[in-house]
Ligand binder design. Sequence first.
Ligand code: TYD
Length: 213
Amino acid sequence: MNIEKERHRQGLFITFEGVDGSGKTTQANMLCSHLLQRGLEVMSTREPGGTRVGERIREILLDRRLREMTAMTETLLYAADRAQHAAEVIRPALLRGTIVISDRFIDSSLAYQGVARGLGLEGVRNLNEWATGELYPDLTFLLKVPYEVGMRRVVQGQRDRMERQSEDFFREVQEAYLTLAKFFSHRMVVLDGTQKPEEVHHQVMREVDKHLS
Ligand code: TYD
């Protein structure tokens, strides 16, 4: 175990991952509300975004007009957003003993940029470990949904730069996530995102409770 991991031990770092339309944002919100009701110290955040600097980077990343953006530029911008997010928000909160819930984190970059964009897992992983001081979640929920379900949930006319990718791209991201779930099986839990939100939430709580007890 590395030093950085040791240093945030008092808090708990939980992330939600999945393709667009997988329902992760709903689940992150439900978990946050539930833990707040229990009187716990909780913080909810997201990527890209989560900081003032990050929200500006997010605008660039999701701007539909910027079709010329290269995969490398995209990867570096996500990593820059994450560096700011980790340093300004996540790590200080974990040090205070807060439960941090993030809608996306490093696994998004590994799946979208490392695999689907074809930049390679190793390079994207090294970049992100450097950017965050090797900060990894303690627990990650991967919500799995078929392409049709995910895309139905994303409003057609409002699709951002990333959501305009092809069906093949979506499938590659999904496959990549499932591979990551095997590799990081100590922290990643795969849930069926086609279930009712309450059912998914119930399964999320069962896992989170194991970490809180
Ligand atoms: P998200 O916040 O899930 O979108 P929305 O607010 O529309 O639900 O994420 C925005 C997009 O960014 C999404 O298509 C996934 C992509 N993404 C990456 O490709 N790499 C990353 O590292 C992150 C954090 C997001």
